[in-house]
Design a protein around this ligand. Structure first.
Ligand code: NAI
Ligand code: COI
Ligand code: MG
Length: 364
């Protein structure tokens, strides 16, 4: 039995997560994967019900789970709270030691939904490796009447461990890491550069270059195909990955995996809770489904992740698309279309199995 803790969260979180869980449930039944799901309050909804965004019962369930599937949290409704929903997100990442956030950006066939010219966008295939439990999000925040400050700190060890993740990932891809920082101004960025240069010596087969984050923001739009793995700190990775989502056509397409050393991974779309479209059944659940596929990969469940990704891509390419991609499919309709494809595939596979068994029977 594989236990999945599901944290739907706020806004569109529950809608997109529902579709991802339904896909996983179907795959699990068809392939005997033994996935079991339990839902837990997290984010704004947890503030309403428990007075805090990450209740101890939710954290305990996540620690015991084999993997965590998360929707999104946040909304203006909780702006005045002592602890906002987003604080729960930072806390769960830290509590579970999820220091590496992997955000793949791929442009499907020809890049027809991209606002960029297709000759610029098509063929782009980038993996953002974002440091997730350090930097300015976790430094001391001081808010005074006329002055405020946020402290950005990184240790060599924090940089080293996420750099290894990026270099290992590059080895199974095109063999290139671009480390992104602001080393012309920031001390933390200089530590990033020297540390990553040191780590690179252990990976002579991987090419390394460095780019300032402002120049990188331009280059990912003008020549996205030049990138393979982008390694960067927490804040820059957060911003650059939303920017990169534009290349594929919508932020609703991208999933992510947050991993640490050995405990359960956390899988979530890169987008937020999009409160203005929450409850309208128009959000794109692709990012949540792509995250579920990454979860299946991480749980080493054979080709289940690849099968789910194929069904997702085939559905998108068939013309079934939500309004963010110019279509008129609903969230639930899109999810059902992905599941239809999974069922067709399953019938085809079992037909092939049957044929194979029959033939074997015939031929002795
Ligand atoms: N991991 C998380 O839980 C995250 C939470 N947030 C929170 O979410 C709330 C809203 O933040 P925003 O800055 O508006 O970012 P957002 O990512 O929720 O939305 C940005 C834009 O993208 C659209 N969008 C996002 N996901 C979509 C989807 N699946 N399908 C179609 N359109 C989609 C939204 O309608 C909006 O126009 C805030 O409270 C923020 O703090 C933001 C980012 C990540
Ligand atoms: C809501 C923030 C805490 C994080 C964020 O925007 C993200 O992880 O993409
Ligand atoms: Mg973000």
């Amino acid at each position: 039995m594989i236990h999945i803790a599901v944290l739907p969260g706020d806004g569109i979180g529950p809608e997109v997560t529902r579709e991802a869980v339904a896909c996983l449930d179907l795959l699990s039944a068809e392939r005997g994967l033994g996935l079991r799901f339990t839902e837990h309050d997290f984010g704004g909804v947890a503030i309403d019900r428990h007075g805090e965004p990450l209740p101890p019962s939710t954290l305990a369930a996540c620690k015991k789970a084999d993997a965590i599937l998360l929707g999104a949290v946040g909304g203006d409704r909780w702006n005045g709270c002592a602890e906002r929903p987003e604080a729960g997100l930072l806390k769960i990442r830290q509590e579970l030691g999820l220091y590496a956030n992997l955000r793949p950006v791929e442009v499907l066939q020809g890049g027809q939904w991209s606002p960029l010219r297709s000759e610029v966008a098509s063929g782009s295939d980038i993996l953002v490796v974002r440091e997730l439990t350090g930097g300015i999000y976790y430094g001391e925040h001081r808010l005074g009447e006329d002055q405020a400050s946020d402290l950005c700190t990184y240790t060599r060890e924090q940089i080293e461990r996420v750099a290894h993740v990026a270099f290992r990932a590059a080895r199974s891809r095109k063999g290139k890491v671009t480390q992104v920082d602001k080393a012309n101004v920031l001390a933390t960025s200089r530590l990033w550069r020297s540390t990553v240069d040191e780590i690179a010596k252990a990976y002579p087969d991987v090419a390394l270059d460095h780019l300032y984050v402002d120049a990188c923001a331009m280059a990912v739009i003008t020549e996205p195909r030049r990138f393979d793995v982008i390694l960067t700190e927490n804040l820059f990775g957060d911003i650059l990955s939303d920017l990169l989502s534009v290349i594929g056509g919508s932020i609703g397409l991208l999933g992510s995996a947050s991993l640490g050393s050995g405990g359960p991974g956390l899988f979530e779309p890169i987008h937020g809770s999009a409160p203005q479209i929450g409850g309208l059944d128009i959000a794109n659940p692709s990012g949540a489904i792509a995250s579920a596929a990454m979860m299946l990969d991480e749980l080493s469940l054979g080709d289940a992740g690849a099968v789910l990704r194929e069904a997702l891509e085939a559905t998108l390419l068939s013309g079934c698309r939500t309004p963010d991609l110019g279509g008129d499919a609903s969230t639930s309709g899109f999810g059902a279309a992905v599941r239809d494809r999974l069922e067709v595939r399953s019938r085809r596979d079992s037909g092939l199995r049957h044929l194979f068994m029959t033939n074997r029977g015939c031929c002795g």
